[in-house]
Structures are given as C-alpha cells and as structure tokens.
Design a protein around this ligand. Structure first.
Ligand code: ASP
Length: 355
C-alpha cells in the first residue's frame, strides 16, 4: 500500500493530461525540521504550499509516495521492479509518469526501467534536485515543474517523449545514456554519447529526430527480474593477480563489467588474459566498457583490446557503466542461452547504445 494524494490545481477547463508522480525520496523532497535541527522528507500533502506554481498547470496530478522514502544510495533492483509495477498498474489510467528520485543513482534507475518496461509508449521522466525543496535557492521547483510539463506534452494526441528520460537543469536526457557528473553544481547530469532530447529555456525545444518514436502497436510488458550476481571492475595500472583472481573467483558470479582504458584497452600480461579466458570458458559473461565518458569501445583497434575480443569478452560499445550493469542484470535474468545473451548485450535493446 502506498500513500496517494490527488492534487486538484483548480483547473478551469477539462485537464489536458493526467500525470502520476511517484515520490521515492532523495534531496528534492527534504525540508528543514527546526525542532530537531535536521533535514526530513516533506509530506506531499503540502506540495501546493511548497510549489504554488502547480496551481497554474492545466493537467491533473496524482502523487504516490513510497512507503519508505530513501536516499537513492539505498536503491536496489527490487525498488526498480516496484516502480515498474506501479507504472504497469496505472499505465492505462495515466498519460505519463514523473519519478522524484535522489540524484546519486538516478541514472541506474532510469537505465534499469528502460530495460524492464518493454514496449513503453508513454513518458517516464525522472527528476530530483541538488538542493532541498525547502531551501530558498532550490533547483527542485524548476526541475519538478518542467519535468511535469515535459511529461504532459503532446502533439496530435501523442506524447512528445514516449521513453524513460532524466530531466535536470534545463536538459532532458535519454535515461539510459545519462550519467551523474557533478555533485555540487546544478548541472548534475550529462549524456556524452547521445544528444539531449530537449532543452528548456523560454520555451521547451524538443530534439525530435533523437527521441524514440511513438509506436501505435506497442504494448507494455514489465520484466520483473534482475540478476544481482554481477560485478563492475575498473582497471588501474598496478591491479594485481590476487585482486583479479579474487574477483573472478567470486562464487556464483555470472556477469562482469570490465571498465577498461580509452577505446577498450587492457593490459596484455599473460596471467591477466589467462585469468579472463578461463572465467569466460567457465561461463562468466564479461562486457568491455570504457572508463571514458565519451567515445566507444572498439575491440580490435589496438592489440590490447584485440586480445580481449579473442578470448570472448563482449564489446559494450558506447554503453555507460550504469546502462551496462543494468543491461547485464536484465539479460542474465531473462536470457538463458549464453550465445544469444552475448549477442543481445552487444546490440541496442532500447536506444542505450549506438550501432
Ligand atoms: N544522496 C541523495 C540521493 O541520491 C542526493 C540527491 O538526492 O541528490 O538520494
């Protein structure tokens, strides 16, 4: 059971759209509790006091608050599946969805939802803030109001952005291309390998050629499993045999994201390549993703990546680590055939990588 609040911003006419807001926690919803001298999550019943501009929006809002509001550092795959279930349950009744979420793991949640919500044809916009809604200089109000506007935006009766996105500080980004890059300034997210989907200034300008098209035939199918026996291993000069051996030897480990250098390069030491090769031969799925935010892994360009290709490491192309780890969790849970799994890992499923 979740707490649900209906917000009726005194609409003059028939509302043009209905938006379901799902409040999960994070900095955005914090207010200062003078009595106990601490920041606490605010009660959404007071949203009109905090963000009175909502009264001027001409669409209907309903807010669902998760039972336990969390700092997004505590986000887990089970939360992603719960969010998916809330969206599936309300899919027919609402035109779009806005998820209020902490910034720390927002890119992971956005990526995960893009895989779990197969056939999504409605906007799912995640947003949050760097400063709590109760602070005078907060970015929460602008982020929230514009995320709502984007979620409600339609053209010829169809949503402008029928996909999972992150809206933050004027930019709308594809969710599975976004990355948190900044912990202090308001421009918290970027998407190095894919253009922004919209920019909000005096008006909201949509970058239509890059937005997923509406598919009149699509039906929502929610996937409800994620495999958590995965690991992310960033390489660094000096990483030694014991460390590699310990990680590859984790009992039950099924998937590994190897964060390599530059265009997908790794050391060529025989012990290193042998360790990876025997793990791949045992059935471990290894994906090669770059430590660089921009550019892509091109296995085979240098000898140092060609050897990885030869031992069966899958190229992650221009996947972000967030998209790679959630894609691996998703595929390991739902794709039993290892060859098909490797093929799907290397190909785009929902716009998360370029071909
Ligand atoms: N630690 C917070 C969170 O991710 C930070 C934020 O919301 O920006 O929940």
């Amino acid at each position: 059971m979740y707490q649900t609040v209906h917000i009726n911003p005194a609409l003059p006419n028939k509302p043009r759209s209905s938006v379901l807001v799902i409040y999960t926690g994070g900095t955005l919803g914090m207010v200062y509790d003078r009595l106990n001298d601490q920041l606490v999550p605010f009660d959404f019943e007071q949203i009109l006091d905090r963000v009175p501009e909502i009264r001027r929006l001409d669409f209907e809002l309903t807010v669902v608050t998760l039972n336990e509001l969390i700092d997004s550092s505590n986000m887990k795959p089970d939360h992603w599946i719960d969010l998916g279930r809330i969206i599936r349950k309300n899919y027919v009744d609402f035109d779009s969805f806005v998820i209020l979420h902490g910034t720390d793991t927002m890119a992971y949640t956005a990526s995960a939802l893009s895989f779990l919500l197969e056939g999504l044809n409605k906007p799912v916009i995640l947003t949050g803030a760097q400063l709590p809604i109760g602070v005078a200089r907060t970015d929460a109000r602008e982020n929230f109001i514009t995320a709502l506007e984007i979620a409600a935006a339609q053209e010829n009766g169809r949503p402008m952005v029928p996909e999972v996105c992150i809206y933050f500080n004027s930019l709308l980004l594809r969710g599975n291309r976004a990355k948190k890059k900044e912990s202090v300034h308001f421009n918290a997210f970027h998407s190095e390998n894919y253009p922004h989907l919209a920019m909000a200034g005096v008006s909201i300008e949509y970058n239509t050629p890059f937005i997923r098209s509406y598919d009149p035939e699509a039906h929502l199918v929610l996937h409800e499993e994620m495999e958590t026996q995965v690991m992310v291993l960033p390489l660094f000069p000096g990483i030694n045999r014991q460390v590699i051996g310990a990680i590859l030897g984790i009992p039950g480990l099924r998937g590994l994201i190897l964060e390599t250098y530059g265009a997908g390069n790794a050391p060529t030491d025989t012990w290193f390549l042998n360790a990876l090769k025997s793990a791949v031969d045992r059935g471990l799925i290894i994906a090669n993703v770059s430590q660089c935010d921009g550019g892509r892994v091109t296995q085979g360009r240098y000898q140092t990546s060609k050897l990885l290709q030869q031992i069966g490491v899958v190229s992650g192309g221009d996947l972000t680590v967030e998209a790679a780890v959630t894609k691996l969790m998703f595929l390991l849970a739902g794709e039993p055939d290892p060859d098909r799994l490797k093929k799907r890992l290397a190909e785009p499923i929902c716009g998360e990588m370029s071909v």
